[in-house]
Ligand binder design. Structure first.
Ligand code: GAF
Length: 399
């Protein structure tokens, strides 16, 4: 696709930079470089912790780590982005320690031990292309890259097949939930470890099974445009936990293990059994969103990729009105994109900021990006970052 000034260029590999920075910081060469991708979820939002369905793709944007094993139990972590450095013993990793991005990285080593793996110290230099707070899952990319490095360097064999990768994804979820204190589901870690190039990952969060759904928009003259609103998103600020608690409450009132058990066709009678308007709205989002994932997958399998746009729009409306996780920047991005040629658009990820995605005919990409930028400028918002993405590959060893 020709680049336009409105659209950011795809990322370059920072492999050599991160290896070189490792040598400068630690005074010796790394044993290798590993990476894992950020993600956008095509559809199926806030369904993962409801044992539902979701459909992420891995991004071309990845987080790279250069790493070397240590003979002792020290963990030394450096980041090229923040310039921040952590140094602590594996025994000192616990709930809330270390804080910040160090908790996600150190948490993986902690969770590997909890899962019964023998773990030793590690020197790690991080260079991430997945912007923080953009709702594109920089945290799972970091966890996946550290998990991949630890697996290889400590002979754990957690990258071999999909079953091993699913086990590593669960370990990364434990790190994020327990050490970093973000009560997230498992979609992002599964995307980082289990997505395949050119495919969307249909993840059934009830039993962890997956299907790889071919996803090649360029073949049908379409582009998936990410609109990073730069309105900062976080999963640790309480709103995410509140939504999760509402869903749990709805399931308890209905006497089911999770909202996945509520059939789409039974939704209306089921809602009458819930105590209040807010709980009904939350449940409505989850049950209808799971159905939209099914419909999206059916359209993709039938080669009707353009028709997915209408489901994007319905999903966004559901998150804005029923689940109430959108914000002004996300709504404006979606409205401007659809008003200027996008076939559909929706916020992606946890919400309350972060990114939206739009399905756009290739020849309208510059126009849509420009319209979104102008709409933001008119509202006095910081300029968004718009870039096209294709479905990338999972965590891997790079060198
Ligand atoms: C965040 C969480 F980390 C995921 O687990 C998922 O719940 C998502 O929000 C919403 O679909 O990315």
């Amino acid at each position: 696709m020709p680049l336009s000034p409105e659209i950011s260029a795809p990322p370059a590999s920072p492999g050599p930079t991160v290896a070189q920075s490792f040598s400068e910081a630690f005074g010796s060469d790394p044993a290798g470089v590993w990476s894992a991708p950020g993600r956008v979820n095509l559809i199926g939002e806030h369904t993962d912790y409801n044992a539902g369905l979701c459909l992420p793709i891995a991004l071309p944007q990845r987080t790279y780590v250069a790493a070397a094993p240590r003979a002792d139990r020290l963990l030394r972590l450096c980041s090229l982005q923040s310039g921040q450095r952590y140094e602590l013993n594996l025994e000192d990793v616990r709930v809330g320690n270390p804080t910040g991005w160090g908790g996600y990285a150190a948490g993986v080593l902690w969770a590997l031990q909890v899962a019964g793996h023998e773990v030793r110290g590690l020197d790690v230099m991080v260079n991430g292309q997945v912007p923080f707070g953009s709702g594109l899952s920089s945290s799972a990319a970091l966890e996946g890259a550290v998990g991949a490095a630890a697996s290889d360097l400590m002979g754990l064999d957690l990258l071999g097949d999909d079953m091993a990768r699913a086990a590593l994804a669960a370990i990364c979820v434990n790190a994020e939930n327990t050490i970093a204190g973000a009560p997230t589901g498992g979609m992002d870690q599964s995307a980082a470890l289990r997505c395949q190039v050119g495919h969307a990952l249909l993840l059934d969060c009830r039993d962890g099974t997956i299907a790889q759904i071919p996803f090649d928009l360029s073949a049908v003259g379409l582009v998936l445009l990410v609109m990073d609103t730069r309105a900062e998103h976080a999963n640790v600020d309480g709103q995410y936990a509140q939504r999760r608690a509402s869903c749990q409450e709805a399931a308890e009132q209905l006497g089911v293990a999770s909202l996945r058990e509520v059939g789409f066709n039974d939704l209306h009678e089921t809602l009458d059994r819930l105590s209040d308007e807010k709980t009904r709205a939350r449940a409505t989002h989850v049950v209808t969103e799971i159905e939209r994932v099914r419909e999206t997958v059916a359209l993709l399998r039938a080669g009707r990729l353009a028709d997915v746009g209408a489901l994007f729009n319905a999903s966004h409306a559901s998150m804005r009105d029923d689940f109430e996780i959108s914000c002004a920047e996300l709504d404006i991005a979606v409205e401007a994109a659809t008003a200027h040629g996008a076939l559909g658009a929706r916020m992606t990820g946890g919400g309350f900021g972060g990114s939206a995605i739009a399905l756009v005919p290739t020849d309208r990409t510059a126009e849509v990006s420009s319209a979104v930028r102008h709409a933001f400028a008119a509202k006095g918002f910081d300029a968004p970052d718009c870039f096209a993405v294709t479905a990338g590959g999972p965590a891997r060893r790079d060198s």
